[in-house]
Design a protein around this ligand. Sequence first.
Ligand code: DHB
Ligand code: FE
Length: 416
Amino acid sequence: MALAKPYKDVPGTTIFDAEQSRLGYHLNQFCMSLMKAENRARFKADERVYLDAWPMSEAQKEAVLARDLNRCIALGGNIYFLAKIGATDGKSFQQMAGSMTGLSEDDYRAMMIAGGRAIEGNRTRGEVSEATPTPDQAKVTASVYTSHVPAIGVAIDQGKTGDPYWQPVFAGYEASKAWIKADPPDVIVLVYNDHATAFSLDLIPTFAIGCAAQFQPADEGWGPRQVPVVQGHPELAAHIAQSVIADDFDLTIANKLDVDHGLTVPLSLLFGQPAAWPCKVIPLAVNVVQYPVPSGRRCYQLGQAIRKAIESFDAPLKVQVWGTGGMSHQLQGARAGLINRDFDNAFLDQLIADPATLAQMPHIDYVREAGSEGIELVMWLIARGAMSDAPPRVVHRFYHVPASNTAVGHLILENT
Ligand code: DHB
Ligand code: FE
């Protein structure tokens, strides 16, 4: 079943949704560049040369050169962005809008003065929708939960996994590596938090989904990890955004996102050091850095909405949802180094057996019991919510103290 997009039936209208936005990303970014006088001057001096500096499609460039706004919109342009071209040309919004209607400028103005375009005859395309065959749908096959301590990445990158300190940590992932190698997913929706890397205090999205085709490993201050570039799945990501936002979850769309240890360390733990990651990854970043952070309940519900979205995607993809971060750790203040084994193990028990009740736990319990950074555990509830309601099969469970400041927890659950 394709997603309900009833707005596709409104005539002469293109709704700028996540799918259009992905298509038009570079076109719209080019338009934004015209907000600087110096760029407008360069564009006017040689439009073709200026456009060639942008990774737009040839069709998009030709549509801009021809000032064919309908074509620009079909190719992913949004009118508020395209209006920067009009502004550069000295055009009003009325001139721009009129240029898309087939009317002359005078006729369009006259139509508006006469009361505007009538609603009658302009509500629907009036087409009878054709029955389309239903291809196999995507499905959530499993969920994976793991800590994402940056020092684990350093140990892998520097060949120290066999050191006495690290050996017990990596031993806990041997079975997981074999499991995923035997039946790799097509796509991973990887829930993680950005650690003051891609998001500064300028912009703090509660939930952000990466809709780009690629995500670069971030430079977190000590240079980017030498790991493969993360390949996204823009179509599925846009579909998830469309579906969950329609279900009242206010996701931020990230069309450019460098990914930090929160995302790359879990990939390294499960896949080792391949030349390329063996599947596509959709980053889902959750704010757990500045309060207010989302509740466990909200995270669990978002996971359920993500499951519904995945299961309505028309391609037979095997999708895993991963939750990362945790378990108990505190990286700040006089209480740094806090570890609570009892809390962590009870959390694992309840995550498996009764996630709906676990989701009711308030933030203060995470902070008090699992340390200030233990709040990362709320992200595990997103992955758990994406699993089916039937009890899952526990493929693997692991717990070890310490990795750096953290209690490493790891769980794999399969849908039965
Ligand atoms: C550590 C753990 C984290 O989850 C993190 O994001 C940064 C540091 C640590 O234990 O050192
Ligand atoms: Fe972290």
